[in-house]
Ligand binder design. Structure first.
Ligand code: NAI
Ligand code: ISE
Length: 342
């Protein structure tokens, strides 16, 4: 059986996902697309040579009996409406991050899904599908470094065109907010944001870099540097310090070159290349789980927790204080953990 997917939003990442589902992955086809920029949706259908109908609106696409599962890759502020409509129609929905732009919006989605009575929503936190993060998790889970005590991370990008306001926290660091609680199997209790000396390469009025400090329920202290105009490359670092050892996120593989009296390795410059395999695994697992009627990836609850955490970080940046993070108890509905394959 081939899963019939409808895509809402055929911009940058929508086109990437359409391409991978059509040309790299198994078991699904794109049968419907829509975009407020209809011309673009038509172009994507032609360029990617897919047999998909172009719909006038996301809601029309969701209602179509040709569409079995929905992929939401439109702008963040539109996600809540489409995810709620998919739940209302009883259809599985993959939503790129953020699940909604406010914690209240995410909570409305959680409430709607719980009322519906069956999990339908998966959120696009692709790092949980990255082989190197999965290897790191295995080392921690097997107790090879003892209990984790501290985590030191960096999220660096060469430049951040189009970044406004607090996007370094809400758009970029949200990946660490999700992946670190998954890695540690823990939740956050407080956040603090420190503002180092500003780089001259940041757009006017924008702070860069930031340091985000999180504390977990188990007392693990996390420090994440966000530096989105670092010039030199796209560089994701993570080191977990445990009671008996440390474990580092492996570097992406690259050929060590000895030349000109130098030993060098290339550094990637684009998140699309760094996480290309993770996106492929994420979507193959989503397709396979959806066909079994299951959700095994990041849930609506995880999307909600990320939004609560990023709200706390935005507030912590504003106040300069340590801000508490408190969440209602997770509904038992979300108890099944994510299955991790290596
Ligand atoms: N997981 C990841 O690493 C990444 C996730 N994202 C997320 O994916 C989403 C899309 O990002 P991009 O593709 O970079 O943006 P984009 O601006 O390139 O594309 C978004 C598309 O959505 C369309 N759109 C907006 N409102 C719509 C509506 N009401 N109905 C139908 N179409 C609508 C726009 O016309 C545009 O074509 C964002 O939420 C972003 O945060 C983006 C990049 C990486
Ligand atoms: O989601 C993403 C982008 O939106 C964001 O701008 C980048 O910083 C992230 O690394 C990437 O994964």
């Amino acid at each position: 059986m081939t899963l019939r997917i409808g895509v809402i939003g055929t911009g940058a990442i929508g086109q990437e996902h359409v391409h991978r589902i059509t040309h790299s992955l198994q078991g699904a086809e794109i049968v419907a697309v829509t975009d407020v920029n209809k011309e673009q949706a038509i172009k994507v259908v032609k360029k990617q040579n897919i047999n998909a109908k172009v719909y006038e609106s996301g809601n029309e696409l969701i209602q179509s009996s040709d569409v079995e599962a929905i992929m939401v890759t439109s702008w963040g502020p539109t996600h809540e409406e489409f995810v709620l409509a998919a739940i209302d129609a009883g259809k599985p929905v993959f939503c790129e991050k953020p699940l909604a732009t406010t914690a209240e919006g995410c909570k409305r989605i959680v409430d709607a899904e719980v009322t519906h009575g069956k999990q339908l929503v998966q959120v696009g936190f692709m790092r949980r599908f990255d082989h190197s993060y999965r290897q790191l998790k295995k080392v921690i889970d097997e107790g090879k470094i003892g209990d984790p005590l501290m985590v030191n991370c960096a999220h660096r990008a060469p430049a951040a065109p189009g970044f406004k306001g607090d996007m370094a926290l809400t758009d970029s660091l949200v990946h660490e907010m999700d992946v670190l609680r998954w890695l540690l199997d823990d939740d956050y209790v407080s956040a603090q944001v420190l503002l180092p000396r500003r780089t001259r390469f940041a757009d006017e009025g924008l702070q860069d870099p930031h340091i985000m400090l999180l504390e977990t329920k188990q007392g693990i202290r996390i420090s994440v540097e966000s530096f989105v105009n670092c010039q030199y490359g796209y560089d994701i670092q993570c080191q977990v310090v445990g009671e008996t050892g440390t474990a580092n996120l492996p570097e992406p593989s690259s050929v060590p070159v000895r030349s000109d009296a130098k030993l060098s390795n290339e550094i990637l410059v684009d998140w699309k290349d760094r996480f290309i395999d993770a996106f492929n695994v994420e979507f193959q697992e989503w397709i396979d789980s959806t066909k079994k009627g299951e959700v095994n990836g990041p849930s609506a609850w995880d999307g909600y927790v990320a939004a609560v955490t990023s709200d706390a970080c935005v507030e912590a940046k504003r106040t300069g204080q340590i801000e508490p993070i408190s969440m209602p108890k997770r509904p038992a509905f979300y108890d099944r953990g994510q299955k991790v394959k290596l």
